[in-house]
Design a protein around this ligand. Structure first.
Ligand SMILES: *[C@@H]1O[C@H](CO)[C@@H](O)[C@H](O)[C@H]1NC(C)=O
Ligand SMILES: *[C@@H]1O[C@H](CO)[C@@H](O)[C@H](O)[C@H]1NC(C)=O
Ligand SMILES: *[C@@H]1O[C@H](CO)[C@@H](O)[C@H](O)[C@H]1NC(C)=O
Length: 972
């Protein structure tokens, strides 16, 4: 008996001790966190019903705090919570810092979800020790470094998503040095993509239009093994794939992968989605792909694949096929294109197609979109047997001479750039213009915000929805006019929440947005509470984790999806006296107190009207009579003047980091800790509300790794400001001049050049409408923490030009970089940017300003250049720092390219896409795989002040007094 008591005592003691230990670990872990749930009081996380904490036997086993607006870091104290099974801190953008290696102590962890936070630095190797892990999602952070080899030990993982980070290097394969990802036999989903710019949520009364012209851009989509959108490089080893894998979604899009697609991919019979698009894959498509009969989405576009076009005849489940922009042998349209029964979306742009277009292509039951631009298709286009789902046929830039419509009024065909559109009178034909019908989708009230609701809390019945962005990485449909897809999604979401007994009343989707670069389809999601004004923390945790942990199973046409929740939710929001639920009205009517209700309504309307003014961030638009509706933004948020004033330290000079004709740029720290650059327009350079709105709408849709991302804007108190991501390593001019202490060797300069060129090519060719930068120069190209180039200043750069551009002195741009043709004719084209880029290339070679001591760089180069001599005899001009390296390989070709770019005649200059290709070739020639990004860039960080190398950029002041030099460049 005594023994028993002793045992019991000991047990209690141990239990108390452990729970105490967990309390200690938890309190030091969260000591510096902001916005912790208010009911975390006392010393027993397990006893008092702490929000987000779950326990078993007095030990903390669950921490689930998604979308809690938390701020702070994940410290090594996490390692003390040894019984933890679930850690979900997703969608807390204020959570940042490194992921501590001590997380590897949590041997019982099964779910680790850190989606959409601000974590950076490497993924700790110790994660590989978590062999119970089944779900690992680290996507949408700023993680860098390689994929740890130890991930190969995560033998139970079925969802692995590291996409939208800055992960680099090859995909590890098991070998004598250790494990690799080929060992992940249970993984069904593997994702890794480039960073999308941070999502934020402005929910406003808008239905974003899918502009059909947007949809004619090449499409790119994703699905389940998600490595997409990172900087993965090197070859994908054949060993990565084997027949024991049960992988469904392989997403490797938007990386720097090269080499052949391994034919072993055909062994993974479970594959449903393959996304290899936007890499540098070469060689033939392995015929084994033709064995993957479960495949629904195949994206191989934008690679360097050659040989014959793959035979997809047996792939009867295919819905989406994108093979565009590869170098396949010329062929006629493959027969499978007209026979795959479920095909909805077929993109064969620039794939060497020739010959006639079979009419059967358009009579397949499910076809929605056919894009075959830039081929050699000829003869007559006959779509007269088309099926009702067909929404877009883009056959621009082919050799089509006739169009048979048989009296139908067909509005979905684009034939721009075909002989048929060169005939006289063709301009008036709708198929000879790019304009297409726009398509909108929004459930719920069409004029979504009733006047009685506050602007940034979209309200239905005056309740406060939880919001976020739902993104399909491989939508199997492309006719966004077909609302049945969206309503099916809504219904399945609502059913999931209700089956889980969550207090959800309604689910709204709106603003379908097809990102033309990534090809992903995003929708705004709003989840409305039932019976209550706003969700409590438990409600938000449950809803959010249903989405963050993939508990919601989306319909096949939308999988795989990811969710990016809003980081903050106003838990205390209530409608107070303004609450008029139908229940109350019914009650009131029943008791005959109609007058009371009416008066409440009146008070309610008056109050709300006041509020609308106070809270509506876009009030300025509404007051301004001719600026149209409030802006429709993606990924950019609104800031008040007061906020930015605070974040920039009252626009103090100490925070100023740049200045120009438009005004000043300030460094600022947001409350989340995020560093940003705020560009404040001066009074003179302010534009009209309409122009400003158009510009931020445009900029908010521009996302590319080589472009500085827009975080938000301010249009308040008569000020116009744009808020950009902060790029830490200065401009390439700072680097060339020695000001920033970052030395760039020749290879780095080539990489910087190719990066900046890719950013510009995106602005010219993929942004919709295309954006001409107008002010490309070395001081507008920034270097991020991996010394990748990011083009800056493409916003507010068009200020006011339109109304005074005819005055020569007002031509926008910087002397020395300015296209002489633009200067003289004032006709701006994308080729003006090419010219400025050519000058910037010469700067990279010489580290000289374009005009120095009255000497113009082009003239100087041409003066001493001799193509028959080594390095074209340019020794006297080449930056000593690169000469020091010995033989800068490919320098001659680089100079040739620069000179082509600065040709006097715009039409002789290459396009930016040509420039990208050529610099890639030069990188290859220099012995560097343009696709392989070095994992370590530290060797290029060096303080130049210690060196003795002369830098021609002595003063930072770019004051030019010389007249614009006109120099003829002889064609080669
Ligand atoms: C397709 O699979 C069959 C049997 O599963 C195999 O014999 C054939 O070689 C495969 N084809 C290719 C091209 O891999
Ligand atoms: C989120 O946190 C920030 C500061 O950490 C605070 O200013 C803001 O009000 C919070 N948002 C909500 C909705 O609670
Ligand atoms: C679609 O976008 C293009 C380019 O921005 C624009 O010119 C056109 O007016 C838009 N079409 C519609 C219907 O909004």
């Amino acid at each position: 008996m005594i023994l028993l008591l002793l045992l019991l005592f000991q047990f209690l003691f141990i239990a108390a001790h452990d729970s105490n230990q967990d309390f200690t670990a938890l309190s030091s872990l969260t000591e510096s966190w902001g916005n912790k749930p208010p009911n975390w009081v006392g010393t027993d996380p397990c006893g008092g019903g702490w929000d987000g904490i779950g326990c078993t036997k007095s030990r903390v086993t669950t921490i689930q705090l998604p979308s809690m607006n938390l701020t702070g870091r994940l410290t090594d104290d996490i390692g003390g919570l040894t019984e933890l099974g679930t850690l979900d801190l997703s969608y807390n953008k204020g959570m940042s810092g490194r992921i501590p290696p001590e997380i590897g102590n949590l041997r019982k962890l099964r779910t680790l979800s850190l989606v959409g936070c601000g974590f950076f630095g490497p993924i700790p190797d110790s994660l590989g020790a978590l062999n119970q892990l089944t779900f690992l999602a680290l996507n949408l952070n700023r993680l860098s470094g390689p994929i740890p080899r130890t991930f190969g030990n995560l033998s139970n993982v079925d969802w692995l998503d590291i996409s939208d980070n800055q992960i680099e290097g090859p995909i590890p394969i098991s070998d004598e040095q250790g494990p690799g990802l080929d060992m992940l036999l249970k993984t069904q989903h593997l994702y890794a993509y480039l960073p999308l710019s941070e999502f934020d949520f402005i929910i406003f009364c808008t239905q974003i239009r899918i502009n059909a012209t947007t949809r004619s851009s090449p499409m790119h989509k994703a699905a389940t093994s998600h490595f997409g959108n990172n900087h993965l490089s090197g070859q994908v080893q054949p060993k990565l794939f084997n027949s024991n894998m049960i992988l469904k979604h392989l997403l490797l899009d938007n990386n720097n992968l090269s080499g052949k697609i391994p034919d072993t991919i055909g062994l993974v019979k479970t594959l449903e989605v393959i996304r290899y698009n936007h890499n540098y894959m070469s060689g033939e498509v392995p015929s084994s792909i033709g064995n993957l009969t479960n495949l629904t989405d195949l994206y191989l576009g934008n690679n360097k694949l050659n040989g014959s076009m793959p035979d997809l005849t047996r792939l009867n489940s295919l819905a989406t096929v994108d093979l565009s922009n590869n170098s396949f042998n010329s062929s006629s349209i493959p027969s499978w294109a007209s026979s795959l029964p479920y095909l909805t979306t077929l993109t064969l742009e620039n794939t060497g197609l020739q010959g006639k277009i079979p009419t059967s292509l358009f009579s397949q039951p499910n076809i929605e979109t056919v894009i075959m631009r830039n081929n050699q298709l000829n003869g007559t286009l006959d779509v007269s047997n088309y099926k009702p789902n067909l929404a877009l046929v883009d056959l621009g830039a082919n050799k089509i001479t006739d169009f048979a419509q048989k009296g139908q009024k067909i509005t979905f065909v684009i034939l721009v750039g075909n002989p048929i559109c060169l005939e006289t009178g063709a301009d008036s034909k709708s198929y000879c213009t790019n304009s297409q019908n726009s398509i909108t989708y929004s459930t719920g009230p069409n004029n979504c915000i009733p006047p009685s609701c506050r602007s940034n809390k979209v309200s239905h019945k005056c309740v406060f929805p939880y919001t976020g962005i739902l993104t399909s990485k491989a939508p199997e449909f492309s006719n966004f006019g077909n609302e049945s897809y969206f309503s099916e999604l809504e219904n399945s979401l609502l059913a999931t929440f209700q089956n889980l007994h969550l207090p959800v009343d309604l689910v709204f989707l709106s603003n379908p947005f097809w990102d033309t670069f990534s090809g992903y389809l995003s929708l705004d999601l709003k989840v409305f509470p039932s019976q209550i004004d706003s969700f409590n923390r438990t409600g938000v945790v449950s809803i959010s984790s249903v989405l963050s942990n993939q508990i919601y199973k989306a319909p096949g046409f939308f999988t795989p999806y990811i969710f990016n929740g809003s980081s903050s939710y106003d838990f205390s929001a209530e409608c107070s006296s303004t609450k008029i639920h139908t229940g109350i009205i019914a009650g009131a009517v029943a008791t005959g107190v109609v007058i009371l209700v009416l008066s409440i309504t009146v008070i309610f309307l008056i109050r709300q009207k006041k509020r609308t003014k106070a809270f509506n961030p876009f009030a300025n638009w509404e007051q301004n009579n001719n600026s149209g509706n409030a802006p429709q933004l993606k990924g950019a948020r609104w800031f008040s003047f007061e906020e930015l004033k605070k974040y920039t330290n009252n626009f103090s000079d100490a925070n100023a980091i740049g200045a120009g004709g438009y005004g000043k740029v300030y460094q600022a720290v947001l409350s989340s800790g995020e560093l940003v650059a705020v560009k404040r327009a001066s009074q003179e350079s302010m534009q009209g509300a309409f122009e400003f709105k158009t510009e931020i709408e445009l900029l908010s849709r521009v996302h590319h790794k080589n472009l500085v991302g827009l975080v938000g804007f301010c249009y308040d108190k008569g000020e116009q400001m744009l808020v950009y991501e902060y790029v830490p390593n200065g401009t390439i001019m700072d680097s060339l001049s020695g000001k920033s202490g970052i030395r760039m060797n020749w290879i780095r300069r080539l990489k910087v050049a190719v990066g900046a060129a890719r950013g510009l090519a995106y602005l010219h060719e993929l942004a919709d409408p295309p954006i001409i930068h107008r002010d490309i120069k070395s001081s507008n190209i920034l270097l991020d923490d991996h010394l990748n180039a990011k083009v800056a200043d493409f916003g507010l750069s068009k200020l006011k030009d339109s109304d005074r551009g005819h005055i020569t002195t007002q031509v926008k741009g910087t002397m020395g970089y300015m296209d002489p043709e633009y200067y003289m004719t004032q006709q701006l084209t994308v080729k003006s940017d090419v010219y400025s880029f050519g000058i910037t290339m010469l700067e990279l070679v010489t580290a000289r300003k374009p005009i120095e001591q009255g000497k113009f760089i082009i003239r100087e180069v041409l003066r001493i250049m001799d193509r028959s001599k080594e390095l074209y005899n340019l020794h006297a001009l080449i930056d000593p720092m690169i000469k020091q390296e010995g033989n800068p390989k490919g320098l001659e070709k680089f100079v040739d390219l620069a000179l082509k770019c600065v040709n006097d005649h715009a039409e002789e200059r290459p396009t930016m896409a040509d420039v990208v290709k050529e610099i890639e070739n030069i990188l290859q020639l220099a012995g560097f795989n343009p696709n392989a990004e070095s994992t370590s860039t530290s060797e290029t960080y060096e303080n130049a002040s210690g060196g003795k190398i002369y830098h021609p950029y002595v003063d930072e002041d770019f004051a030019y007094t010389s007249v614009f030099p006109l120099v003829r460049v002889e064609p080669q």
